[in-house]
Ligand binder design. Structure first.
Ligand SMILES: Nc1ncnc2c1ncn2[C@@H]1O[C@H](COP(=O)(O)OP(=O)(O)O)[C@@H](O)[C@H]1O
Ligand SMILES: CC(C)(COP(=O)(O)O)[C@@H](O)C(=O)NCCC(=O)O
Ligand SMILES: [K+]
Length: 256
């Protein structure tokens, strides 16, 4: 029973086809497309895949984008599109957001993936789950599985574009991350990186003080590999956190 998992962010669509809708299932194929290229999925990377019997996705891009993804599926397959909406509780997690359904589905699914990854290797502990994509999100989860709350920050690209468009003298190429930057490129690149690192480390402190225990630290997202070397405390980089969460939810929904 092939299972298609899809994560539609504000920059790219990521997809993965699994042999079964459950954690640990064999990965048959996977890929990523910038949103401007998603109308070619059916005739391109999806053309030679097996027909999935189930699909589950999370999408935070505009509804029109979600519709275009559904059209690509309809072109070649007969499978209902199911999109995750954050809820008050799912797969062991409780959601303390003021309005639980307003939490980004990608954030909710990544936390579910992280929670089950932790439980697979040891006892429950508090966690900080970071996603570095178009935006950066920094989530706090306690050892009972309660999502306490999280930060949303601009990602690297948005920070740079904001500075470029709001100033006259900051149109420069990408630089390197330096402790003491001595040119504009390095100053911008380092400023963005350490702004994100600082917010993340602050959340680790909040969780440590609130829960009285050192949190486990997970990082994911397309730009996670850029951030993780610059953290003053190590984060486990897990590229598949959203897919792990979708597999976990799929197990509950599709295999009872
Ligand atoms: N090879 C790459 N392709 C696409 N994005 C990349 C790549 N390397 C790093 N990035 C960064 O990852 C971000 C996209 O990450 P992603 O997790 O796909 O975002 P989103 O989920 O918001 O669409 C881009 O903003 C970019 O900064
Ligand atoms: C915070 C986000 C923009 C992150 O999007 P991404 O960087 O993954 O494209 C997305 O999760 C979102 O639109 N959330 C809804 C608002 C909220 O979570 O409070
Ligand atoms: K995302």
């Amino acid at each position: 029973m092939a299972f298609l998992a899809i994560d539609v962010g504000n920059t790219r669509l990521k997809w993965a086809m699994y042999a079964q809708p459950r954690p640990g299932a064999a990965l048959l194929a996977h890929g990523a497309e910038f949103l401007e290229n998603i109308d070619k999925l059916a005739e391109g990377p999806w053309a030679r895949l097996p027909q999935p019997q189930r699909m589950l996705g999370c999408a935070v891009a505009a509804d029109a984008i979600k519709r275009r993804v559904e059209e690509q599926m309809e072109e070649i397959w007969d499978v209902p599109a199911q999109w995750v909406v954050a809820s008050a509780a799912e797969a062991g997690l409780a959601n303390r957001y003021d309005h639980p359904t307003r939490l980004g589905a990608d954030r909710w699914v990544a936390m579910i993936g992280a929670w089950h990854r932790m439980l697979a290797s040891g006892p429950a502990r508090p966690m900080v789950v970071v996603m570095v994509g178009t935006a950066v999100t920094v989530e706090a989860v306690d050892a009972t599985g309660a999502f306490l709350g999280g930060f949303i920050l601009p990602g690297h690209g948005i920070m740079l574009r904001a500075l470029e468009s709001g100033t006259a003298g900051l149109h420069v190429p990408t630089g390197d991350v330096r402790e003491f930057p001595t040119n504009t490129s390095d100053a911008l690149t380092s400023g963005g990186t350490f702004a994100i690192a600082g917010a993340i480390e602050r959340m680790v402190k909040h969780v440590r003080e609130h829960c009285g225990e050192e949190p486990l630290r997970y990082m994911t997202g397309g730009a996670g590999w850029k951030m993780s070397p610059h953290m003053s405390m190590p984060f486990e980089l897990v590229e598949s956190l959203i897919f792990d969460g979708l597999l976990e939810i799929a197990r509950h929904r599709f295999t009872g």
